[in-house]
Design a protein around this ligand. Structure first.
Ligand code: HEM
Length: 162
C-alpha cells in the first residue's frame, strides 16, 4: 500500500499555494539576509566614520595637533569608501533612485556637503574659529544625514517639529 504524504511537507501533493509560498520564501530569505547584513555594515561604517572624524578633528582643530601616525592616512578614507559603497549597494538592492526618492537625493546632497565641510575644516591655514565652526557644522550635518536615513524623510529630524 502506498504511504500518504503528510500535508504541507512540500512533496508532490502539496497545494499550488504552498508551492508559491516556498518560491517566495526562497527568494525573500536570501534578500532579507543580504539586506540586513548590508544595512548593519553600513551603520557600523557610519558610526566608525563619525568616531574617526571626531578624534581627528578634536586633535587637529581643537588641540592644533596634527595626527601623523600612518593609520590616519588610510583608515578614515577606507572606512568612508566602505560607508559609501554599502550605501550605494543598499540603494541598488532596494531599487531606490535618488532622482525619484526625495529623502535619498537630499541625503546624498548632504553627504557631499559633509565631505566638503570636513575637507575645509582640516585645511591648515585658516583661523581657528573658522575651523571649529566648520568642524561643528560637519558633525551636525552628519547627525542630520542619519536622521534622514532613519526617518526616510528629507526633512530629517525637523519633521518631528511638525
Ligand atoms: C555620512 C554618510 C551616511 C550616513 C551617516 C548614513 C546613515 C544611515 C543609517 C543610520 C541608515 C539606517 C537607517 C535605518 O535605520 O533604517 C542608513 C540606511 C541607508 N542608507 Fe545611508 N548613510 C550615509 C551615506 C549613504 C550613501 C552615500 C548612500 C548611497 C546611496 C546611502 C544609502 C542608504 C540606503 C539605501 C539605506 C537603507 C534604507 C532602508 O533600509 O530603507 N547612505 N544610512
Amino acid at each position: 500500500m502506498e504511504a500518504r504524504q503528510p500535508l504541507g511537507n512540500g512533496g508532490p501533493e502539496a497545494s499550488p499555494a504552498a508551492g508559491k509560498l516556498r518560491v517566495i520564501a526562497g527568494k525573500l530569505l536570501p534578500f532579507m539576509l543580504l539586506y540586513s547584513n548590508l544595512k548593519l555594515l553600513h551603520i557600523l561604517c557610519a558610526a566608525a566614520s563619525l568616531m574617526l572624524f571626531i578624534v581627528r578633528g578634536g586633535s587637529t582643530v581643537l588641540l592644533a595637533k596634527v595626527l601623523t601616525a600612518q593609520i590616519w592616512k588610510w583608515l578614515p578614507p577606507a572606512v568612508d569608501t566602505l560607508l559609501l559603497a554599502f550605501g550605494v549597494w543598499l540603494a541598488v538592492l532596494l531599487q531606490l533612485n535618488p532622482l525619484h526618492v526625495t529623502w535619498l537625493g537630499v541625503k546624498l546632497l548632504c553627504v557631499i556637503g559633509y565631505i566638503v565641510l570636513g575637507v575645509l575644516a582640516f585645511r591648515l591655514r585658516r583661523p581657528r574659529w573658522l575651523k571649529v565652526g566648520l568642524f561643528t557644522a560637519a558633525i551636525l550635518l552628519f547627525g542630520f544625514i542619519a536622521s534622514i536615513a532613519v526617518l526616510h524623510d528629507a526633512r530629517g529630524i525637523f519633521v518631528l517639529a511638525g
